[in-house]
Design a protein around this ligand. Sequence first.
Ligand SMILES: C[C@](O)(CO)[C@H](O)COP(=O)(O)OP(=O)(O)OC[C@H]1O[C@@H](n2ccc(N)nc2=O)[C@H](O)[C@@H]1O
Ligand SMILES: Nc1ncnc2c1ncn2[C@@H]1O[C@H](COP(=O)(O)OP(=O)(O)OP(=O)(O)O)[C@@H](O)[C@H]1O
Length: 295
Amino acid sequence: MTADAATAYAAPAKVNLTLHLLGKRADGYHLLDSLVVFAGVGDQLQVAPADSLVLEESGPGAGTMGSGEDNLVLRAARLLIETCAPELRARIRLEKRLPVAAGLGGGSSDAAAALIALDALWGCGLQAEELQSLGAAVGADVPVCLYGRPAWVGGIGEALETAERMPPVWFVLVNPGVSLSTASVFRARSGGFSEPLRWHQPPGDAATLAAWLAQGRNDLQAPACALEPAIPAVLEALAATPDCLLARMSGSGATCFGLYTEEAEARHAAQLLAEARPDWWVRAAPLLTDPIERG
Ligand SMILES: C[C@](O)(CO)[C@H](O)COP(=O)(O)OP(=O)(O)OC[C@H]1O[C@@H](n2ccc(N)nc2=O)[C@H](O)[C@@H]1O
Ligand SMILES: Nc1ncnc2c1ncn2[C@@H]1O[C@H](COP(=O)(O)OP(=O)(O)OP(=O)(O)O)[C@@H](O)[C@H]1O
């Protein structure tokens, strides 16, 4: 595949529908069992040939990601250069729309899109497994973002299995405008570990999915709520919207999602929340049931 300069690569938000912690490794990383999906809202990336490696940020989140040199997009690009050829360079444009350090895996999704876009631009032709191992070196959420479809995630984020036949579902995503460091939320948790949760038969509709999800949880939600009191307020506000089937935190927070059957229900709930709390980031978006289309 070749990339032309105008091609835009989608970097959608990741949502952890469940997040069970199964144990802890000697290096401090936690073993996960998570049902991960993507939502139809996210960042966008464009790449073009250039004489140096540069990242240009635009959009509402530009300048909120710390120093440009630490950007996960550039870390991914440098790893690909090391693997592929030392002289490779590109201009990368990142339109940052997702909140940062928000539990939506925005940086990981950007890094995954960068690996795919630059592999195509530079004609590296890496196999999916090679991209996966570069992605895992950038962050635990990058492998599933490269995979780009509903998945059961295990290991510390690298063990992936397709979650077949997700039903059509709508999300309302709400971030209260606070960023939470993933490491601090893991550090704040205490107590035992959970069992993995798998369905015997894929849920046929949103209500059945929500009922199945209610048997599980996000094990990082309690420690994140203890660190950040805005999170319980978001969960309560989402749960109180009409037609909300389930409200839960994604990843290490602070973004929470509400589940709805219909687009109109989600849009109505999002409008109510945005009116009540203009200081919150609120978006209605569908669950992407099919693999992400890139480029
Ligand atoms: C919590 C999740 O969002 C679930 O999807 C991800 O596992 C986190 O993915 P991520 O943000 O890409 O995480 P990384 O940047 O690799 O790790 C940040 C920190 O989170 C903790 N961490 C992360 C992943 C994992 N399986 N166990 C951990 O304990 C570690 O303290 C690590 O230093
Ligand atoms: N392209 C990027 N987008 C967002 N954050 C980035 C990016 N590059 C570097 N970062 C840094 O990475 C950290 C994590 O940001 P990110 O938005 O990916 O977190 P998150 O949504 O909580 O991720 P996860 O759900 O994987 O834990 C932040 O401290 C941020 O400054």
